[in-house]
Design a protein around this ligand. Structure first.
Ligand SMILES: C[S@@+](CC[C@H](N)C(=O)[O-])C[C@H]1O[C@@H](n2cnc3c(N)ncnc32)[C@H](O)[C@@H]1O
Length: 268
C-alpha cells in the first residue's frame, strides 16, 4: 500500500480519534498520524494518547499543557493555533489529532486550517466519529424530523430558537455558563437558569437525558434520564451531552401540503 504522503501532500492534516480511539480511528487517520513529522494531539483519554504515541513515537506531542483552570478557552484555542503554525513554519508536516470529530465544537482546528491556507500551506480536515454520532446510535435517535444542536452556554446566553418538535442536543452541558476550562466538575450556577429557559418550551416534566459515550472498549454508555425540572440536581460531567426528545409533532404547513396535493403523505 502506498503511504498517505504519496497520495496527498497536505502540510497540515487535522484528524479525529473518535470518542473511542480503539475502534473509531479510520485507516486513513492512522496513516496520517504515522506519516506526520509532528502529531499535536488533544485528548484526556490515556488509551487514545497511548494509541497516538505508539503510531508515531518520535513526533507525538500533547497540547493539553495549553489548557488551564481559570484560563479562557478562547485563549487556549489561540495558543493551540500558534503552536501548530510554529511547527508549520519550521517546515514540519503537522497532524493535529483531537478526540471526536475534529470539526465539531473545535474552534482551534478550523482556525488552524484557515490560518495555514491563508499563509499558503496545504491543509485539510478529515471527518471522524463525534459524540453526536455515538448518541444517535446509543439512544436510537434518527435525525428524520430534525435535530437542533447548540453549545449549551451559547444557547443560554443568546436568543437561540428551539422547535420542540425536533430532537435537541446541548453540548458542554457540564460547563454551561462557564467560559474557562475545568478538569473535573464545573460550577453549576448556569444549569438552573438553563433549566428555566428550557421549561418555557417543554414544561417541567418532559424527559431529558444526560449521555456519555464510552471511551473504552467493553464499557457501556452512561445514560441518565429524568424530568427537566430535576436537571439542576444532576451534576453533569464535562463529558456529558444533553439530549431532549421531541415534544409533540411538527405543525403541518397546510398551505404547502394543499398546493402540492400531499396532505395524506406528509401527515400520515
Ligand atoms: C469541546 S466539545 C468536543 C466535541 C468533539 N469534537 C466531538 O466530536 O464529539 C466537548 C463536548 O463534547 C461532548 N462529549 C465529549 N466526549 C463525550 C462523550 N464521551 N460522551 C458524550 N458527549 C461527549 C460533550 O458535550 C462535551 O462537553
Amino acid at each position: 500500500m502506498r503511504p498517505v504522503s504519496d497520495i496527498h501532500d497536505e502540510q497540515l492534516i487535522v484528524v479525529g480519534t473518535g470518542i473511542r480511539a480503539t475502534g473509531q480511528l479510520t485507516i486513513e487517520t492512522i496513516a496520517w498520524i504515522r506519516a506526520a513529522d509532528k502529531v499535536l494531539y488533544i485528548t484526556a483519554d490515556p488509551v487514545a494518547e497511548e494509541v497516538i504515541r505508539s503510531l508515531n513515537p518520535d513526533g507525538a506531542e500533547s497540547l493539553m499543557d495549553l489548557y488551564g483552570s481559570d484560563k479562557l478557552r478562547l485563549d487556549t484555542y489561540a495558543d493551540i493555533v500558534e503552536r501548530t503554525m510554529a511547527y508549520l513554519h519550521q517546515g514540519h508536516r503537522v497532524c493535529m489529532a483531537v478526540y471526536g470529530h475534529p470539526g465539531v465544537l473545535a474552534m482551534s482546528t478550523h482556525e488552524a486550517v484557515r490560518r495555514a491556507r491563508a499563509e499558503g500551506f496545504s491543509a485539510r480536515m478529515l471527518p471522524a466519529v463525534s459524540a453526536a454520532d455515538c448518541l444517535y446510535a446509543d439512544l436510537g435517535v434518527d435525525e428524520f424530523g430534525g435535530c437542533i444542536s447548540y453549545e449549551a452556554t451559547d444557547f443560554l446566553l443568546n436568543m437561540r430558537a428551539i422547535d420542540p418538535a425536533c430532537h435537541l442536543i446541548l453540548w458542554q452541558i457540564g460547563g454551561v455558563g462557564v467560559l474557562t476550562y475545568e478538569t473535573h466538575h464545573y460550577p453549576l450556577q448556569g444549569l438552573e437558569r438553563l433549566t428555566q429557559k428550557l421549561m418555557a418550551y417543554y414544561g417541567p416534566n418532559h424527559p431529558v437525558t444526560l449521555y456519555e459515550a464510552p471511551q473504552f472498549a467493553g464499557v457501556e454508555p452512561i445514560i441518565g434520564t429524568g424530568p427537566l425540572c430535576q436537571l439542576p440536581h444532576s451534576a453533569p460531567t464535562p463529558n456529558a451531552t444533553m439530549y431532549i426528545p421531541p415534544l409533540g409533532k411538527a405543525q403541518p404547513d397546510v398551505q404547502v401540503q394543499w398546493e402540492l396535493g400531499m396532505q395524506t403523505q406528509v401527515t400520515a
